[in-house]
Ligand binder design. Structure first.
Ligand SMILES: *Cc1c(COP(=O)(O)O)cnc(C)c1O
Length: 241
């Protein structure tokens, strides 16, 4: 990292590009501190760098700084960006963190390494079939709508146990954990705690929770995967993205 920071003065890198590497360093430091405060090992927490809306020019410096796990929320956008980047960084792992339509399942299974957003029987069924067809049995998280928000994806907390069982036994999916996105205007901690409770009683030990504003709280409450975008890359410009 020291060499990378030194390079920033001598190489023609725009501020926006340089920001990613600096942001990554800060976020990693914050993760280290949160783990120490929670008495957890740093290796227990995977940083998923959320690169949605950002182009390859912004992502490359973060790859060069050593980050290898990235999250995208749209299949088509990821398909347009990552195959070329992967030629240069073949050990990249891509996580799908956005809602998945069944008609994109084929592309998603081919492109991604982990899917965080399995949330309904039809999707579980189509994904399982597609994984069998492609011989790619990806680990998946079940998304739980902990705030029971009508507009939000995710299985309702009271339906989670049955859905998890169905994904495992009926569809043979490799369910490794649970994911949630707390309501924007609420304390995230109770949502993280609820997610952990549901995971525990279903024998799941991976928790995908925590974003730029609350990943330290999530780590305190057991997150194993934090999905951090703007704290690394800066704000997203949807108008031009
Ligand atoms: C965009 C996104 C993130 C990252 O959000 P930031 O606040 O930028 O860290 C995390 N999770 C999901 C599901 C997202 O869509």
């Amino acid at each position: 990292m020291a060499g990378c920071m030194g390079n920033m003065e001598t190489t023609p890198m725009s501020n926006h590009e340089a920001k990613g590497a600096a942001g990554l360093k800060l976020v990693r430091e914050q993760i280290r501190k949160a783990c120490a405060a929670a008495g957890r090992e740093e290796q227990e927490v995977t940083l998923v760098a959320v690169s949605k809306t950002h182009g390859a020019d912004v992502i490359r410096p973060v790859l060069d700084a050593g980050q290898r796990v990235f999250g995208e929320n749209r299949v088509q956008e990821a398909q347009a960006k990552w195959p070329a980047l992967r030629e240069d960084y073949p050990d990249v792992k891509l996580h799908l963190i956005g809602p998945l339509q069944t008609n994109k399942a084929r592309q998603a299974v081919a492109l991604f390494d982990v899917i965080h957003t399995v949330d309904r029987p039809k999707l579980a069924h189509v994904l399982a079939k597609e994984m069998d067809r492609q011989g790619r049995h990806l680990p998946v998280f079940i998304q739980v709508n902990t705030g029971e928000e009508p507009q939000k994806a995710g299985v309702a907390p009271q339906d989670a146990d049955a859905f998890i069982a169905q994904c495992r036994t009926e569809h043979g999916l490799d369910v490794i954990g649970l994911m949630c996105i707390p309501p924007v205007n609420e304390e995230p901690a109770p949502h993280f705690a609820l997610l952990e409770k549901i995971a525990l009683r279903n024998g799941l030990d991976k928790l995908s929770m925590g974003m730029s504003g609350d990943f330290d709280t999530a780590i305190r409450l057991g997150a194993t995967h934090v999905r951090v975008g703007s704290a690394i890359f800066g704000g997203r410009d949807y108008a031009s993205g």
